[in-house]
Design a protein around this ligand. Structure first.
Ligand SMILES: Cc1cc2nc3c(=O)[nH]c(=O)nc-3n(C[C@H](O)[C@H](O)[C@H](O)COP(=O)(O)O)c2cc1C
Length: 209
């Protein structure tokens, strides 16, 4: 075989290798993207309020993972008016369980995250969207808990003066910090299942009628 032909064949072979490698990489990237999307939807649809936990501590790292997910939420004017109090002292969790009528599960929870609106940081608290922002952060925390195998539930503090008063006194919150909710967190005992809430009649296309 001529030297020229060998050179051309080698170049061609190299090109084929490059194309095959690029395609393999591309198809594994898009397969990964598709499986990430599926995982997000799987988490959304698997989330449920978890009120029963096994006796197992939740690590600080995992609690921080949840709070980081909370802080990644959208926020009106990007004000980020939130503050998160992580509670894992048993005595504090028990006092809140005792005094909050709809958060008795705090007694079994390994920890709780209290999502607060921090009015001290806002130029115009009256015009702030802190409730919406903190609600978005709360939902992110609930989804992140589901994603990492933890169970959690939103228990309301705001707008109930009595419940906010309990949370304020147990956590020593300043008057400018408003507790929106207490999220008990723990490893689920596995008995609670997601509810199917899909109702076609709740959807309208383009206009009401
Ligand atoms: C704003 C809000 C307040 C809630 N407050 C409480 C509460 O105080 N105690 C409680 O056990 N669950 C509370 N929940 C959880 C709801 O009961 C729960 O989301 C609902 O029953 C639907 O069930 P799911 O979360 O498993 O889909 C609250 C949920 C929301 C969104």
């Amino acid at each position: 075989m001529k030297k020229n032909n060998i050179y051309q064949l080698t170049t061609l072979a190299l090109c084929v290798v490059v194309v095959v490698l690029a395609y393999t990489n591309f198809s594994s990237d898009s397969a990964m993207e598709a499986s990430n999307k599926a995982a997000v939807l799987e988490t959304i649809h698997s989330r449920k309020s978890v009120r029963k936990y096994i006796d197992k501590p939740v690590s600080k790292d995992d609690l921080l993972t949840l709070v980081k997910a909370g802080m990644a939420a959208p926020s009106g004017k990007n004000e980020q008016p939130w503050a998160f109090v992580i509670v894992s002292e048993k005595a504090r969790l028990d006092t809140m369980a005792e005094r909050l009528p709809y958060a008795k599960m705090l007694r079994q929870a390994a920890a709780a995250i209290v999502v607060c609106g921090d009015m001290a940081r806002l130029r115009n608290p009256e015009a702030s969207l802190w409730v919406q922002d903190c609600s978005a952060a709360t939902e992110n925390i609930l989804l992140a808990a589901e994603a990492i195998g933890l169970g959690a539930v939103w228990t309301a503090a705001y707008p109930y003066e009595d419940r906010m008063g309990v949370v304020r006194s147990v956590l020593n919150l300043p008057p400018t910090t408003i507790p929106l909710c207490v999220i008990p967190v723990g490893y689920p005992d596995g008995t609670e299942k997601p509810k199917d809430k899909w109702k076609e009649e709740n959807v309208r296309w383009e206009r009401w009628e």
